[in-house]
Design a protein around this ligand. Structure first.
Ligand code: ZN
Length: 307
């Protein structure tokens, strides 16, 4: 009896570290990507996000503790399309981790999995300030793209950890189906809004995937070009245009200053909708729940406003 007890204890002690080690360590650049990875990976992965939803993912501070996360990672999931170009390369160099460098097995670029929009016909010079030179990187605001990324994450996790390949694929298919159902349901709901009341102004050019999915029409942006701060002449021109064509909502992420959004909101009598800049990964929010927050806030703002 005593002998078997010690044997059991010995076995369980051996088992605990081996199970812990078996988890695939994944780092995602964005919290929304981290939420997708968590759902696909389940208990077989450990996920962290480099950026918070309260940070503009174009400009994240390349802090040393982020290098440490990358140094230990088995897999890195990036948004791509140059979204992280201002801060990720320096972190990757510092991390000295060959497993996750571009081109290696543990590197996944989500932008290669989705149809990108606004790919310029001619080469855009980044020095002119446009921070979307390779196409619009904000594709995760369409849930059908989130589903595609989930399937890509499952394929990559399956290559790194073949023993759990079936589980990854099953969970990714579930996420993809849920995202697709949400996409259909919300599209029907937004189409119930009269076409003349679907005019939207955004702060940054980050809502084009969302707007095309839900048949909203962008009539202007507060930034004249992605990444360029608005000058007074641009803001007054935008206000004149908003009054002329009628506007139903102003959308902006919470990490931008709301000063100009509030000004335009007051002058044009249009609701300003301040939205989270990503899934609240650290508090357990799923990709689907994040999408529900976006759609419900925007739908309510448009339909509850005075026509
Ligand atoms: Zn952008």
């Amino acid at each position: 009896m005593r002998k078997s007890y010690f044997w059991l204890l010995f076995c369980s002690l051996m088992l605990v570290p081996s199970l812990a080690e078996a988890k695939v360590r994944v780092v995602a650049t964005l919290p929304t990507l981290a939420s997708i990875v968590r759902e696909v990976g389940g208990d077989d992965v450990e996920v962290t996000s480099l950026a918070y939803p309260t940070q503009d993912a174009h400009f994240v501070d390349a802090r040393p503790h982020l290098i440490l996360q990358l140094n230990k990672a088995d897999m890195l999931v990036v948004n791509g399309s140059e979204l992280e170009i201002g801060w990720l390369p320096v972190l990757l160099t510092g991390a000295r981790n060959p497993r996750i460098q571009p081109g290696s097995l543990g590197h996944l670029d989500g932008s290669t999995l989705v149809p990108l929009k606004e790919i310029p016909h001619h080469k855009v010079d980044r020095s002119q300030g446009d921070i979307h030179p390779g196409g619009n990187p904000h594709y995760l605001t369409d849930p059908r793209n989130g589903g595609k990324v989930a399937l890509g994450v499952a394929a990559k996790l399956g290559a790194i950890d073949p023993a759990n390949r079936g589980d990854y694929l099953k969970r990714a298919k579930t996420l993809d189906q849920k995202a697709s159902m949400l996409a259909d349901r919300e599209r029907k709901r937004f189409l119930s809004i009269p076409a003349a009341r679907r005019h939207v102004v955004t702060y940054h050019q980050s809502w084009i995937y969302f707007m095309e999915w839900l048949s909203l029409e962008e009539i202007g942006t507060i930034e004249p070009k992605p990444g360029i701060p608005p000058a007074p002449a641009h803001v007054s021109g935008l206000l004149t245009h908003m009054r002329k064509v009628h506007t139903d909502a102003i959308l902006q992420e919470a990490y931008y200053s709301s000063r100009i959004g509030k000004l335009l909101s007051e002058k044009a009598g249009v609701p300003l909708v301040v939205l989270p800049g990503g899934a609240d990964f650290e508090r357990g929010q799923s990709y689907q729940d994040y999408m529900e927050v976006l759609t419900s806030k925007i739908f309510a703002a448009i339909t509850e406003a005075k026509p």
